[in-house]
Design a protein around this ligand. Structure first.
Ligand SMILES: NC(=O)c1ccc[n+]([C@@H]2O[C@H](COP(=O)([O-])OP(=O)(O)OC[C@H]3O[C@@H](n4cnc5c(N)ncnc54)[C@H](OP(=O)(O)O)[C@@H]3O)[C@@H](O)[C@H]2O)c1
Length: 338
């Protein structure tokens, strides 16, 4: 294994505007040899998040930025092929932040994010979707911030994506009426037919504010927003009294060099005595174990479906990342690399 090639995708330059595949470069290095306390992982599945676009901007944000020439950071799953750490053995399937590379040699306790052995019955796809960053985010944002009550009308944007589809299904489990906003008729039909949403709005072909007025005649009690911009404004036009506007993300601005002003109608929060609250997954820290258990239980009971969109091949990793911004993914975007 020593001297064998480890293919890696590193950040070649800081993107300007929309991220491009040429902002990354494929390089070869050697597979590391695990020293005392370290493990070597052969990466099999890489997960993609829109937030990664922020990690490659100049400077640090809520996490340290990725440097030029550094392996692109990403949550992933792989198999331990060498272990000099008693907590892990060869053959263990583990999740962690191993990055856009075929092999990662690291000291688990020094890792920025915990490295967990997948329990029996948990597939890499499940670990990286409903039990990964996006599933946990949906759980925290919907239950801890949105606080759904039975009978509430809940609207989710980015509803056919990884976080949105789980957030909407959680609201259904809690007895809410759920409307999704997504791009294109196929995604909208999928939300209704496959996930049991009560309605869907195709923001690419419909007037979102008018459709929400029709679909939510008594107003929106919870708006779970992954998008921002005009979609946030359309939802604010239709909030009920004491609504909770949960700001999970704002993908509409992630590739913009300059952000437009907005939301123009934030006074709606005043007129309806509503709140708008953002959050980061990390703030739910002590509750994430409970969150994973609850999500896993709902999946086991058939109440919660998880959907993954799996592309293949290490060479396709940057293109797979771009799919998030092109709206090509349905559910969680992954790439199987081994
Ligand atoms: N707060 C946190 O701790 C936290 C943690 C994780 C994720 N997030 C946020 O959650 C959101 C969803 O992330 P995800 O990983 O689940 O991604 P995702 O929803 O699976 O993928 C992104 C989706 O966004 C939509 N989209 C892309 N560009 C758009 C645009 N310009 N306008 C409107 N929609 C656009 C596309 O769907 P359509 O085809 O429907 O357009 C695309 O499929 C992101 O904003 C992310 O940053 C927040």
């Amino acid at each position: 294994m020593k001297n064998d090639v480890n293919n890696q995708w590193v950040l070649a330059k800081r993107p300007v505007g929309m991220v491009k595949t040429t902002d990354f470069e494929q390089v070869e290095s050697q597979i590391g040899e695990a020293k005392d306390g370290e493990i070597t992982v052969k990466v099999t599945h890489i997960a993609f998040e829109p937030a990664m676009r922020g990690w490659i901007n100049e400077g640090d944000s809520y996490v340290k930025g990725v440097e030029i020439g550094e392996v692109m950071r990403a949550q992933s799953v792989g198999e331990v092929i060498e272990s000099k750490n008693d907590a892990y053995k060869e053959g263990d399937v583990v999740s962690g932040f191993f990055g856009w590379q075929e092999f990662s040699t690291l000291e688990p306790s020094a890792s920025m994010f915990p490295i967990q052995v997948l329990p029996e019955g948990v597939s890499p796809e499940m670990a990286l979707s409903v039990l990964g960053i996006t599933g946990l985010t949906a759980w925290g944002g919907m239950l801890e911030i949105g606080k759904p009550q039975e009978g509430d009308t809940v609207v989710v944007s980015g509803a056919a994506g990884a976080t949105g589809n789980i957030a909407g299904q959680i609201a259904k489990i809690k007895g809410c009426r759920v409307i999704g906003i997504a791009g294109g008729p196929e995604k909208c039909q999928w939300l209704i037919d496959e996930l049991g949403f009560d309605g869907a709005v195709d923001y690419k072909s419909e007037n979102v504010s008018e459709r929400l007025k029709e679909l939510c005649p008594d107003g929106i009690n919870i708006f779970f927003d992954n998008v921002g911009g005009k979609i946030l404004e359309a939802a604010l036009d239709n909030i009920a009294t004491n609504a909770r506007v949960v700001i999970c993300g704002g993908i509409v601005g992630y590739n913009e060099e300059e952000l437009p002003p907005g939301p123009r109608n934030y006074m709606q929060l005043v007129l309806t005595s509503s709140t708008m609250e953002g959050f980061l997954l990390g703030q739910f820290g002590p509750k994430l174990g409970q969150a994973a258990m609850e999500l896993g239980q709902w999946v086991g009971e058939g109440k919660l479906k998880f959907t993954v969109d799996v592309q293949e091949g290490f060479d396709n990793v940057p293109q797979t990342f771009l799919r998030l911004f092109e709206g090509k993914n349905l559910g969680k975007q992954l790439c199987k690399v081994a």
